[in-house]
Design a protein around this ligand. Structure first.
Ligand code: F0G
Length: 354
């Protein structure tokens, strides 16, 4: 049967009924890839899988939540949606609003969103409001303005977002036949880690999984309120997607940490970029910097034994590498070769570089 998106696939587990019109772009059902080369480099016996959420329709996991949030907004008669965003939510909101024929307003921090994400929001025709401030300022404004203008908020404080996003956990359990031992995610607002935990618990309660994983949230060191135990007023990181100092799902995420026996930790920008590069060079998988935070953190905790040998680990790769071409190119040191259009020069270029 043709796959037509996650709401249709999991409609029995989502808040929809036979009258709901699904607003979908075929999101979900993303590749689940076993790492072949990186575990050996770590010198540890571990099974690492990545859930490649960058292969959703707009290139990030946000589509899982956005299909639900926009479906429910349209069902409720809404003609416009609004979000604050570090980039991916705005791209996704813009696309699903276009699909639904409604308006999207997106608040983004001026100069701090990756180029690909900006291109998406512009192409889909969203109204782009740049803020002379950061994501946290945008979030505060969105919450305030929703009481004064006819717009539905589609940030992850919208409970339908988490309902859609929990389906990633369902897919993982279906692939593995059970939950993994550890599930590592990059954390910003902590909506996604909370949504995954909902999904794992639901599958365990219904007997579809025997266990639940320890949920491990990694943040960029310059934007690590969970690891620090307090809000951060001026978050900074190269991983702009998770440049957040005042996470919206603060209490929810602490509950996840406790219930799942998981933990939070902070990862340096250097380690994040190194993991992004390693994944592209060793496994052929290109994710954006924020996404590589999950693998960067997992590698540290595998090496130091916090994640023991024999474990099955899933790392979510939240967004595609093409989202942020500037950061990608800036970290590549390999020189390009320029030649005249003659065979000898191509031949030499090959032979000199074998
Ligand atoms: N990874 C990427 C690529 C993201 O874009 C985000 C969040 C996260 C991880 C963190 O997820 O907030 O659920 O903990 N991006 C939001 C946005 C904030 O506006 O696109 P979280």
């Amino acid at each position: 049967m043709r796959y037509t998106g996650l709401i249709n696939h999991y409609k029995d587990r989502l808040p929809v009924d036979e009258n709901t019109k699904f607003i979908s772009l075929g999101e979900g059902n993303t590749p689940f890839i076993r790492l072949e080369n990186i575990p050996a480099l770590l010198g540890k016996e571990v099974d690492i899988y990545v859930k490649y959420e960058g292969l959703n329709p707009t290139g990030s996991f946000k589509d899982r939540g956005m299909t639900m949030a926009v479906t429910k907004a349209v069902e409720a008669g809404s003609k416009a949606i609004i979000c604050a965003s570090t980039g991916n939510t705005s791209a996704s909101a813009a696309a699903y609003a276009a699909r639904a024929g409604i308006k999207a307003f997106v608040l983004i921090p001026e100069g701090k969103i990756a180029l690909g994400k900006l291109a998406q929001a512009m192409m889909h025709g969203a109204v782009i409001i740049q803020i002379k401030g950061n994501f946290d300022d945008g979030m505060r404004l969105v919450k305030e303005v929703a009481d004064h203008a006819p717009v539905s908020i589609v940030n992850s404080i919208n409970p339908f977002r988490l309902q859609g996003q929990k389906t990633a956990a369902f897919e993982i359990v279906e692939e593995l036949g059970d939950a993994p031992d550890y599930h590592c995610l990059p954390v910003g607002n902590a909506g996604n880690i909370s949504a995954h935990w909902m999904g794992y618990k639901e599958y365990q309660q219904d007997g579809k999984a025997k266990k639940t994983p320890a949920m491990v949230g990694y943040q960029a060191a310059g934007a690590a309120p969970f690891a620090k135990g307090e809000m951060v007023d001026n978050p900074e990181t190269i991983a702009t997607a998770i440049r957040i100092g005042h996470p919206q799902s603060w209490d929810l995420a602490h509950k996840v940490e406790k219930e799942s026996n998981g933990w939070f930790d902070a990862i340096t920008d250097e380690a994040i970029l190194a993991a992004q590069k390693l994944l592209t060079e060793q496994e052929g998988i290109f994710c954006e910097p924020a996404s590589a935070t999950s693998l960067a953190g997992a590698m540290i905790d595998i090496k130091n034994g916090k994640i023991p040998e024999g474990s099955t680990i899933v790392c979510t790769l939240t967004g595609h590498g093409l989202k942020d071409p500037d950061t990608a190119i800036a970290q590549c040191t390999n020189e390009m070769i320029l030649i005249n259009p003659v065979m000898d020069e191509v031949k030499n270029a090959i032979l000199n570089n074998m």
